[in-house]
Design a protein around this ligand. Sequence first.
Ligand code: HEM
Length: 236
Amino acid sequence: MSVALAQQLREGTKKSHTMAENTGFVTCFLKGVVDKSSYRNLVADLYFVYSAMEEEIGVLRAHNHPVVAPVGFPELNRCKALEEDLEFYFGLDWISIVKPTAGAQAYVTRIREIARETPELLVAHHYTRYIGDLSGGQILKKIAQKAMNLGDHEGLRFYEFDDISNEKAFKTNYSMTLNSLPIDQNMADLIVQEANRAFEFNMQMFKELEGSLIAAIGKVLFGFLTRRQRVGSTEI
Ligand code: HEM
């Protein structure tokens, strides 16, 4: 038996999507207010989340799990791209420097937990992150590149899906795959519920990163105001 999971996920997470778009960190990002130090912390958090997802989904794929294996398209994998970005931001020794925030750690713990207990729910995490990256990624890449004054590929590999030439066709195929998974309505409801949870984990991570972004904005603003004061005092 299969259900229209793609439509149910889209409808069932609409509110969460709007809420995620309206978090302070994401709103600032969309307005081009993003500094390298908070962005690289986001990349580090994402690295831990994707490592856990790709490891767990990789194992389930190897065992031909009937629900998880079909969505585990290897061309979506982000770990290698994130590693390249981390090397760009933190240097060759990035692995000994980066640490997950508490929010990212909780997200990883949840991924590991469901992989052990109810692997079908990994579909929810897979959809929330990868299809989100594929959908909004190109807009975000352009914004990040401009805001941080980066070259074409520098530190932005995360947004580049080299093995997906037609994003729209890929998403159509992904939706068809979701709709053909051997699940019943009860499992579909649990997957939609888990996708909303995945959005919450993301929002929690953004909230933590917002702190470092506000500190960075504060520093710039302080520099700007004190410079104005100095300029003002010479004028007087
Ligand atoms: C910067 C803010 C964001 C922008 C500008 C953005 C933009 C978009 C756009 C344009 C779409 C395509 C909608 C369509 O095909 O009709 C989309 C879909 C999606 N986004 Fe976002 N998004 C943002 C944040 C997020 C976040 C934070 C997440 C989750 C962590 C996310 C997850 C998704 C998902 C799962 C979809 C697929 C919806 C579906 O077709 O089923 N988005 N987003």
